[in-house]
Design a protein around this ligand. Structure first.
Ligand code: ARG
Length: 463
């Protein structure tokens, strides 16, 4: 049992200081020091409002303002000494402010509590991360658009069940990810709009008897308005959960794409070459070039979704308003945000640098009877067969080709006519992969013309 001196902030009611274990479980300074900038921004807005409303004298407010800037520069310069005994970033900053400016520091906490303070700081931090995620997604979308534009008419196999299905274009495949990342971007934009209400001034839970101006602090901190219910304001962590939910879906998309890059860069596929800058070698096998960045991106969903589940579990069952459980929100969100930003940046770099192997893509596009559907469609369109019958005839032709060890375009007209006598030579037009993709002109289809239209649309939207 260690007994330290009683607490400077609430020593009035306490005869003894906390046990060392109590201090260890209670302190958050080890991680919430990352909120220093937001904490000081919040305090500056609060102090300016206290002066504007006459709650604080102008000279005290000025001393606090100057003092907070000094504390911020100490923190940013690395000379600040964080103390575990002072629990968290809020009390560390305030205690240092007292050392720097003396008595006026004690007036800063008028009309607020650490409960609205931490909610405000954390919201400001999450809001910055949302902005960073949006910027990261836009950079990644631009890299994908460049790939799609270059290869709008390069053919490759399209898969279902990872079995060759129908030929598609490289540009179309890239643009599928543009759509996914665009939805991620819009989820972050939605979350940002919903979260942008300021908790500051909710005080501990019930509001305050001081004549504070919450509109003023909300505006100063870039919020749209003050949060309308003080109980909700201090106990709400939806903004963090929405960030984690959007981050989880985004990480899931990144993971799917990463998996494709791992498959595509293998010696069996050779669809893409990843740059040396985003690959590693093997310490024992000289020939190896490993897609480590893609593999790590593929794995990041684990910790990001884990953070989402962890915070949901922390919040479930908490009665109103603040409970110390909520201090467990930060590390999860910090870790998820750090790893999401890293994954987005790494994916952008990989996509920007990678080169598609056009010849390998084209060779694979024609294998596996990928134009069988085109053949069936021809039988419907030209011979007027019902689709089910056309499907059957085509199946017989595929079986014939498979037996002969050839692809569909290698069958002779006689062989084809032995299955259905109505077939004529112009069926061969639809068996080529380029004709196949060019024919898929329906809106959102894989035809190069459609892909180019989508590239143009997205370029305009991102401009
Ligand atoms: N470190 C605390 C947290 O992160 C700050 C709020 C503490 N409030 C309190 N009433 N003990 O949640």
């Amino acid at each position: 049992m260690t007994e330290t001196t009683t607490n400077a902030m609430w020593g009035g009611r306490f005869a003894a200081g906390p046990d060392a274990i109590m201090e260890a479980i209670n302190a958050s300074i080890g991680f919430d020091k990352r909120l220093a900038k937001q904490d000081i921004d919040g305090s500056r807005a609060h102090a300016a409002m206290l002066a504007a409303t006459g709650i604080l004298s102008d000279s005290d407010a000025e001393a606090i303002r100057e003092g907070l800037l000094t504390v911020l520069s100490e923190i940013e310069g690395g000379s600040f000494r964080f103390s575990t005994a002072l629990e968290d970033i809020h009390m560390n900053v305030e205690a240092r402010l007292k050392e720097v400016i003396g008595e006026p520091a004690g007036r800063l906490h008028t009309g607020r509590s650490r409960n609205d303070q931490v909610a405000t700081d954390f919201k400001l931090w999450v809001r910055d991360q949302i902005d960073a995620a949006i910027a990261g997604l836009e950079a990644l979308m631009r890299a994908l658009l460049a790939q799609a534009e270059a290869g709008a008419d390069w053919v490759m196999p399209g898969f279902t069940h990872l079995q060759t299905a129908q030929p598609v274009t490289w540009g179309h495949h890239m643009m599928a990810y543009v759509e996914m990342f665009a939805r991620d971007r819009s989820r972050f934009i939605d979350a940002r709009a919903r979260m942008n209400e300021c908790p500051l001034g909710a005080a501990a839970l019930a509001g305050t008897s001081f004549p504070i101006d919450r509109e003023m602090t909300a505006r100063a901190l870039g919020f749209d308005r003050p949060a309308a219910n003080s109980l909700d304001a201090v106990s709400d962590r939806d903004f963090a959960l929405e960030f984690l939910a959007a981050a989880s879906i985004c990480a899931m998309h990144l993971s799917r794409f990463a998996e494709e890059l791992v498959i595509w860069s293998s010696a069996q596929f050779r669809f893409v070459r990843l740059s040396d800058r985003f690959s590693t070698g093997s310490s024992i096998m000289p020939q190896k070039k490993n897609p480590d960045a893609a593999e790590l991106i593929r794995a990041k969903i684990g910790r990001i979704f884990g953070a989402n589940v962890a915070l949901m579990t922390v919040m479930k069952g908490l009665p109103l308003a603040y409970s110390k459980d909520m201090q467990e929100d930060k590390e999860q969100v910090f870790d998820a945000a750090d790893n999401l930003m890293l994954a987005l940046a790494a994916m952008e770099g990989m996509v920007r640098d990678m080169s598609a192997n056009r010849a390998a893509l084209e060779a694979a596009a024609g294998s596996g009877f990928s134009t069988a559907t085109d053949l069936a469609d021809w039988l419907v369109r030209v011979l007027g067969l019902p689709f089910r019958e056309a499907h059957h005839v085509t199946g017989a032709l595929v079986a014939m080709a498979e037996q002969g060890g050839v692809d569909l375009p290698d069958l002779s007209l006689e062989q084809m006519r032995s299955v259905h006598p109505g077939i004529t030579a112009d069926i061969f037009d639809v068996l080529g992969v380029h004709n196949s993709v060019a024919s898929r002109m329906s809106y959102g289809g894989t035809a190069p013309e459609q892909v180019r239209a989508q590239v143009a649309r997205w370029k305009e939207q991102l401009a």
